[in-house]
Design a protein around this ligand. Structure first.
Ligand SMILES: NC(=O)C1=CN([C@@H]2O[C@H](COP(=O)(O)OP(=O)(O)OC[C@H]3O[C@@H](n4cnc5c(N)ncnc54)[C@H](OP(=O)(O)O)[C@@H]3O)[C@@H](O)[C@H]2O)C=CC1
Ligand SMILES: O=C(O)C(=O)[C@@H](O)[C@H](O)C(=O)CO
Length: 263
């Protein structure tokens, strides 16, 4: 899985095709969508129309909360696969643990079947806390390949990252740019950016890459799509990584996974 990919939350279906087309032209080879985003069709169309070989593109989609449970999960996968127009999905994630439903272990068993049948190459989760991960491992013996969670300099998830490291789970950061808000104006970020003659977004993405996170920045702006992948020609010094690592506030932009059960 490429360490840097392209996210499409809040991109309407019709706009997903030009956005993903632009991303593929800029060099992205990993796309992150979800059933809940309503744009799997637009993403699939861009991949089908592209000159880039399907085997060179890594596609992630996610099962939505209302589809938890063994049989529902298999039906939801059929729908996602059909909208994407793909024979095989590269990575399938449980979008949220949705603890009130208490079905994520059954859902995970269906995911294991999909992987055994070769319909997905890898299976993982999103927004899982350590206790949710531990329960999956204890009850099925199958460790998720990836946990995609909210992570940026203002929410660094140290405990979760340590759990991932211990169990060999890859950490994938959603909202890696803090949704383009205050973080990109933080003086610590902008000062480092000025020193490197780079943008604040590029510095934040470099921080993620250098501490080992997978990142999936989203943009519908062609110049930003290109800017966000142009991060392999410079490196942050250890003291710059350390300065960015002091910004942790433990504050979420998105919902708390222990409480979010939305459908
Ligand atoms: N598993 C989960 O529960 C979740 C997963 N995700 C995934 O993570 C992806 C990324 O997260 P997302 O919440 O979209 O937020 P990001 O942190 O990627 O920020 C996206 C926002 O930042 C702006 N932006 C992008 N690049 C730049 C730049 N270079 N300079 C300034 N502003 C910029 C975008 O504007 P514009 O588009 O107008 O250019 C957009 O408003 C999602 O698209 C989705 O795939 C996200 C949330 C939850
Ligand atoms: O974008 C996603 O992948 C999400 O799950 C979130 O948008 C989530 O649905 C949310 O923020 C609800 O308020």
């Amino acid at each position: 899985m490429p360490q840097l990919g392209f996210g499409v939350w809040q991109v309407p279906d019709a706009e997903a095709t030009p956005a993903v087309t632009e991303a593929l032209q800029a060099g992205y080879r990993s796309i992150d969508t979800a059933a809940a985003y309503g744009n799997e069709g637009g993403v699939g169309a861009a991949i089908a129309q592209s000159d880039v070989d399907r085997s060179d593109v890594f596609v992630t989609t996610k099962l939505w909360n209302a589809d938890h449970g063994h049989d529902s999960a298999l039906r939801a996968f059929d729908a996602s696969q059909s909208k994407l127009g793909l024979d095989v999905v590269d990575l399938y994630l449980i979008h949220w643990p949705t603890p009130a439903r208490d079905l994520y272990v059954d859902t995970w068993k269906a995911f294991v079947e999909l992987r055994e049948e070769g319909r997905v190459r890898a299976i993982g989760v999103s927004n899982f806390q350590p206790a949710h991960l531990q329960r999956l491992i204890d009850e099925t013996g199958v460790v998720p390949a990836v946990n995609q969670v909210e992570l940026h300099p203002y929410l660094q998830q140290a405990e979760l990252r340590a759990f991932h490291e211990k169990h060999g789970i890859h950490t994938e950061a959603w909202s890696p740019l803090g949704q383009g808000g205050e973080l990109l104006e933080d003086p610590v970020v902008t000062e480092i950016a000025a020193r490197h003659d780079r943008s604040a977004a590029q510095v934040v993405l470099r921080w993620h890459l250098q501490i080992g996170n997978i990142v999936i920045p989203k943009s519908v702006t062609p110049a930003r799509i290109r800017e966000n992948i142009d991060v392999f020609g410079f490196e942050l010094a250890d003291e710059e990584i350390a300065a960015l690592s002091t910004l942790d506030r433990g504050g979420r932009i998105g919902p708390n996974p222990d409480e979010f059960n939305g459908s």
